[in-house]
Design a protein around this ligand. Structure first.
Ligand SMILES: *Cc1c(COP(=O)(O)O)cnc(C)c1O
Length: 393
């Protein structure tokens, strides 16, 4: 098989052809600036309004609570920095978790250097935030809780409803990075008491470089990008019209067949997982068994280096990841795997595979056969494995 098998949909997804098709007229035909007054810009304004309606509808929000951004990282930065800015007279304490995406973690670290205090909550062995620790961490000067909806590495879905309730009870704002969850899981901002929510186009078969931040009416939040009056004066810059149209289309398609897609992906994922666990010894699955994104599996193979495994899988046309795309290239093991309690040497042997609706059972069989062969080959070269096998006898 010389085909490419793409299993890195947590890093990015293929833009659906229908999405590209929806975007195209907004490059060459409807290219007017939506801020202009003439008639030529009317269809452009309408397209923006329509995309905003679709997205608002997809999370139970009002259209004017949806702000388009340049993607997930910008939405996270904006939510956290601008809340810190607007609410610092009330307090300078923020709560987040140890397993957040770097867009959240590095923003919090930046704020610490500006004199804010940040509590990084522990998670249990499955990657679930500890709710009793959250309750204990809340102080009179806590202004924000930022906990992700679902983890991009181990796939664990956090108890968002409970976190939202705790935040509401204590009068603390709640932001969630829903970049991995949006379009894959049902989300309703009122049911979950979410005040702010980040999402990104390219993680839901939409274009790259566009996303949105939901901001509940009444939340005081400053601009991150200063300039023109776009996005209700909260996010300046001429709108990325084709990108926003594409995001709207991707959202619409994702909502239409979320259940069917989740069933297909989790079916294949469970099949892959069962075969690997049965046929590759000294392997564990990281993340929660059931409260988990439908398309995610994360393995740790003892006695091997995840990076070597990735390179050899790549040689067979299989695209996987050792954790998050952001940490690859660095030799540090993933902060998420360390937070769930994996020792360094096991965290190093991790492999994340994230499926899409295009994957097939034949692909899964080829992937399992390849993993089996490569893991055995790497173990045969490992002195650790040799010692382990000798001591066992
Ligand atoms: C990909 C990702 C981001 C960053 O989104 P971009 O649109 O690439 O900036 C943030 N958070 C999570 C959980 C992600 O998976």
């Amino acid at each position: 098989m010389n085909k490419r098998i793409y299993l890195d949909n947590a890093a990015t997804t293929k833009t659906r052809p229908e999405v590209v098709e929806a975007m195209l007229p907004y490059f060459t035909q409807y290219y007017g600036n939506p801020s202009s007054v003439y008639d030529f810009s009317e269809p452009v304004k309408e397209a923006l309004a329509q995309a905003r309606e679709i997205i608002a509808g997809s999370i139970g929000a009002k259209a004017r609570e949806v702000y388009f951004t340049g993607g997930g990282s910008e939405s996270d930065n904006w939510a956290i920095k601008a809340t810190a800015d607007a609410y610092q007279s009330k307090g300078r304490h923020i709560i987040t978790s140890k397993v957040e995406h770097h867009a959240v973690l590095h923003t919090c670290e930046y704020l610490e250097r500006q004199g804010f205090e940040v509590t990084y909550l522990d998670v249990d062995e499955y990657g679930v935030v500890k709710l009793d620790e959250l309750k204990k961490a809340i102080r009179p000067d806590t202004i924000l809780i930022s906990i992700m909806f679902a983890n991009n590495e181990v796939g664990t879905i956090e108890p968002i409803r409970e976190i939202g309730e705790i935040a509401k009870e204590h009068g603390v704002l709640f932001h969630t990075d829903a970049v991995q969850a949006y379009g894959h899981l049902p989300i309703h901002v009122d049911d979950y008491h979410i005040d702010m929510m980040s999402a990104s186009g390219h993680k839901v078969n939409g274009p790259k470089g566009v996303g949105f931040l939901y901001i509940r009416t009444g939340v005081k939040i400053r601009s991150l990008i200063h300039g023109g009056a776009q996005e209700r004066k909260r996010r300046a810059g001429t709108e990325n019209v084709p990108g926003i149209v594409g995001l709207g289309k991707a959202a619409q398609l994702a909502m239409e067949d979320m259940e069917r897609r989740a069933r297909h992906e989790s079916g294949l994922r469970d099949y892959l997982m069962a075969r690997v666990m049965e046929e590759v010894p000294y392997t564990r699955v990281n993340g929660h068994r059931t409260s988990r994104l439908p398309n995610n599996v994360n393995f740790a193979f003892q006695f091997i280096e995840g990076e070597s495994l990735l390179i050899l899988l790549d040689g067979k046309g299989i695209c996987g990841s050792s954790g998050s795309a952001c940490t690859s290239g660095s030799l540090d093991p993933s902060h998420v795997l360390l937070a769930i309690g994996l020792p360094h040497e096991i965290a190093h042997g991790s492999l994340r595979l994230t499926l899409s609706e295009e994957n097939t059972k034949e692909e899964m069989d080829f992937v399992v056969d390849s993993i089996k062969e490569i893991v055995q080959r790497l173990r045969d070269m490992s002195p650790l494995y040799e010692d382990f096998m000798k001591n066992r006898k």
